[in-house]
Design a protein around this ligand. Structure first.
Ligand SMILES: NC(=O)C1=CN([C@@H]2O[C@H](COP(=O)(O)OP(=O)(O)OC[C@H]3O[C@@H](n4cnc5c(N)ncnc54)[C@H](O)[C@@H]3O)[C@@H](O)[C@H]2O)C=CC1
Ligand SMILES: O=C(O)C(=O)Cc1ccc(O)cc1
Length: 361
């Protein structure tokens, strides 16, 4: 691929454009808000403004409700040899395009399974998709050339291509993205009017559970409106678990010992099913889940502390697989949790202690 056109230069469009530009593709950036395209260009994602003639690949990264119309417009203009979109839902846009009577051989629906709770070009990074699945939904009619262009896009973004049927994709993302998003919002909504004294106690657990609740509601209304059935089915299963758990907890308040035993069994059942589901979540880069151990280090909230820890771990020959940082409210300190292979724990703890770091359990 030598040239590309990104239509919709927000978080996803600009991230893809940055990756393509870094691999030498000439990228044109357009957005219905020209300011967004200018910002993306200023970030080094390409050149703002439409190209003179057709490009190799047009990438539509507008909100899901606009995807079909934007694609239809680009296809009618003959803007590219191949067309992909990156919308979070795949069945709806394809059906809309079919209804418009367009020839869909040059179109391939796609969805990078990576994003952030922030929007717009300023949140974009060229490595956003690295190691993450990127779903492609070709049909029997998709041109091989277009499939190859899409595979090239995925490869330039260092993502992992996954081929799926559009409706199977929509059911899968209802489970791993859309339903969890709503549950995250429901947990976060409990905090809105909570007392400050309680909110101050927030730790890493609630941060993990509520991170995606910070996302732009307009985008998510679009996404959920395009996939309501599968999400409603899953939420109704969650609602059944909620009802059972409430009943189990009420039983735990009972003075009758047999009822309390039932209550414990009910809660335990949910927690064990949770354990069984959690171990199925793939590890980083989409690989099989791995069990890492955590080495916790207390740091002062000063510039350069993290870089020093990483350098010290590197000098000890230890690979840091993942990292989390917990900030204690109102204190100039934080707890850095370094996730490493179990066999690296003694090496890392010895090296960090030797260099004067305060380790915590
Ligand atoms: N945010 C995320 O984490 C992920 C989002 N997606 C999908 O990527 C697409 C873009 O999402 P984001 O980049 O997050 O949104 P964003 O809000 O950061 O960017 C969307 C951009 O599209 C522009 N736009 C809106 N209507 C347009 C139109 N008719 N023509 C041209 N440009 C138009 C907006 O001005 C904005 O710059 C959506 O379809 C979304 O479902 C896919 C994977 C992850
Ligand atoms: O931030 C996360 O963990 C996400 O899961 C982001 C995300 C949001 C929307 C998508 O269509 C795909 C991925």
């Amino acid at each position: 691929m030598r040239t590309a056109l990104v239509i919709g230069t927000g978080l996803i469009g600009t991230s893809a454009a940055l990756a393509l530009t870094q691999r030498g593709v000439v990228v044109h950036l357009v957005d219905h808000d020209p300011e967004q395209a200018r910002t993306a260009a200023a970030l080094g994602a390409g050149t703002d403004g439409a190209p003179e003639g057709p490009v190799d690949l047009a990438i539509v990264a507008a909100p899901p409700a606009h995807v079909a119309a934007v694609l239809a417009d680009a296809m009618r203009r003959g803007a590219a040899r191949g067309y992909v979109d990156v919308a979070s839902v795949k069945g709806g846009p394809r059906r809309e395009l079919e209804a418009l009577g367009l020839d869909l051989t040059s179109y391939l629906g796609s969805h990078p399974m990576s994003g952030r709770e922030k929007s717009g070009p300023l949140a974009a990074t060229g490595d956003l998709f690295e190691g993450r699945p990127w779903v492609l939904t070709p049909t029997r009619d998709t041109d091989t050339e277009v499939l190859n262009l899409a595979l090239e896009l995925v490869s330039h973004c260092r993502a992992v291509p996954v081929v799926m049927d559009a409706d199977a994709h929509d059911r899968a993302v209802a489970l791993v993205s859309h339903m969890p998003h709503l549950v995250s919002s429901m947990v976060a909504a409990r905090l809105e009017h909570a007392e400050e004294a309680a909110v101050r106690l927030c730790g890493q657990g609630i941060r993990d559970v509520t991170r995606i609740a910070a996302s732009d509601p307009r985008m998510w209304i679009d996404i959920l409106s395009a996939n309501p059935g599968p999400v409603a089915d899953l939420l109704s299963d969650v609602a059944a678990d909620l009802t059972e758990t409430v009943e189990a907890l009420r039983s735990l308040q009972s003075s009758d010992e047999a009822k309390r035993r039932d209550g414990t069994a009910g809660v335990e059942d949910l927690l064990r099913r949770g354990n069984a589901g959690q171990v199925r979540v793939p590890g980083k880069h989409g690989s099989a889940p791995r069990v890492y151990e955590t080495v916790a280090v207390l740091i002062d909230d000063q510039p350069g502390q993290l870089a020093r820890i990483f350098a010290d771990a590197g000098q000890a020959g230890v690979n840091i697989e993942d990292v989390r940082i917990e900030h204690a409210t109102g204190q100039q300190a934080g707890l850095v949790q370094l996730m490493v292979e179990p066999r690296a724990v003694p090496v890392l703890t010895a090296a960090l202690r030797e260099r004067g770091w305060a380790l915590r359990q």
